[in-house]
Design a protein around this ligand. Structure first.
Ligand code: SF4
Length: 369
């Protein structure tokens, strides 16, 4: 079967992962670009078949948990009808992150057409279904927000007409006309497959030492300083909110659907940007979505933990909630993990609290006023 020639366990809609709380599927949303009505439809599917929440990932995907094992075909067909499964063969390689505010404010150009074109190009090439499902494309509109995190192949716009195709990080690449970006990215994906096909456990370009330097024309890239944080609140008429614990509840999804008249972007920092919805921020806040950068939820995150994950010794979400409500800690990015895998940990510097090593500290932090 395409895409499963290696021990490659990232879930998809057609290839669920079995967790302690049932089957989990991951729905890819290239660039995080969707709409309020599509999100609402997926939320209702999650309520009908699973726990009801939509779990946001750092790749701007959405996970649905608590599904029966095996997953019912009625669920798969519902996801297809909602427009989230355009390709059976390529669903798990449609891993594309993009600058969340592109086309709304800032950046050198609007990269949404490029994201759509890259997704279509990927799905049109049968061989690319064999890419590792951890392989990540990052499309950056020039502000440096998504090419700051690890990725495999990327594009960072210089202006509307040119940009850097980046290989294995932001340090090396090829300067290309914008119109050549997608063909170049697809060709490099083919070259990666050729170079890695006989090797075990090669998931990323960085696993192939010096491979990028063998590509004709690749040179060192010196890019302007990166932008890290996605601002919260009213941003150029859009509403930018954080989703606490990265779990979008049915009530929150319904409110997003009601408030969003245009695009909705799922951000890699597990938030949502609703274009043109800044005046609806009070309604979004009323259902627990966070628009105040001073909120502890803007810096506290957790893996899904117990009881959903059998590897966890603690209820990470309960600790995170207690910590957020305690008012005990200065605002500092903190991630709570139920084991050393640190699922969902943020990129960059953060306070790393892992069970069982830090369970006592966690209890202390969340109890101290
Ligand atoms: S970090 Fe460990 S405990 Fe948490 S979700 Fe991942 S595997 Fe489970």
């Amino acid at each position: 079967m395409a895409g499963v020639t290696r021990a490659d366990r990232c879930p998809g809609v057609l290839r669920p992962h079995l967790a302690a709380d049932g089957a989990v599927v991951r729905v890819r949303v290239p660039g995080g670009q969707t709409t309020g009505s599509a999100l609402g439809r997926l939320s209702r599917i999650a309520q009908q078949f699973g726990t009801g929440d939509l779990q946001l990932t750092s790749r701007s995907s959405l996970q649905i948990r608590g599904l029966p094992d095996p997953v019912r075909m009625g669920f798969v067909h519902a996801v297809q009808r909602a427009g989230f499964l355009p390709s059976d063969t390529h669903e798990r390689v449609r891993n594309i992150v993009g600058s969340p505010l592109t086309g709304i404010t800032g950046g050198a150009t609007d990269i949404r057409p490029l994201i759509a074109s890259l997704d279509a190009g990927l799905c049109a090439e049968p061989r690319l279904a064999s890419l590792p499902t951890r392989f990540l494309f990052a499309v950056d509109d020039g502000r440096g927000d998504v090419t700051a995190a690890p990725f495999d192949l990327g594009y960072r716009a210089v202006d509307h007409d040119y940009g850097w195709v980046l290989l294995g990080g932001a340090e090396q690449g090829l300067l290309v006309p914008a119109g050549d970006a997608v063909p170049t990215l697809l060709e490099l994906a083919h070259r990666f497959l050729t170079a890695s096909q006989k090797l075990d456990h090669v998931w990323h370009i960085r696993d192939l030492a010096h491979w990028a330097t063998t590509i004709p024309g690749v040179r060192a890239v010196l890019l302007p300083p990166r932008v890290t944080a996605n601002p919260l609140g009213a941003v150029a008429g859009a509403a930018s909110v954080q989703v606490p614990l990265a779990l979008l509840t049915p009530a929150q999804a319904a409110t997003v659907e009601a408030c969003a008249s245009g695009s909705v972007v799922i951000t890699p920092s597990r938030g949502l940007v609703l274009s043109g919805a800044a005046r609806r921020l009070p309604q979004l806040a009323a259902v627990g979505l966070v628009h105040n950068p001073a909120s502890p939820w803007s810096v506290i995150s957790a893996c899904v933990g117990a009881p959903s994950c059998a590897s966890s010794l603690i209820n990470t979400r309960a600790y995170a909630t207690a910590l957020a409500q305690s008012g005990s800690s200065p605002l500092r990015r903190t991630h709570i993990s139920g084991c050393e895998r640190r699922c969902g940990a943020p990129t960059g510097a953060y306070r790393d609290l892992v069970a069982p090593r830090d369970t006592e500290l966690l209890a202390l932090l969340s109890e101290t006023p």
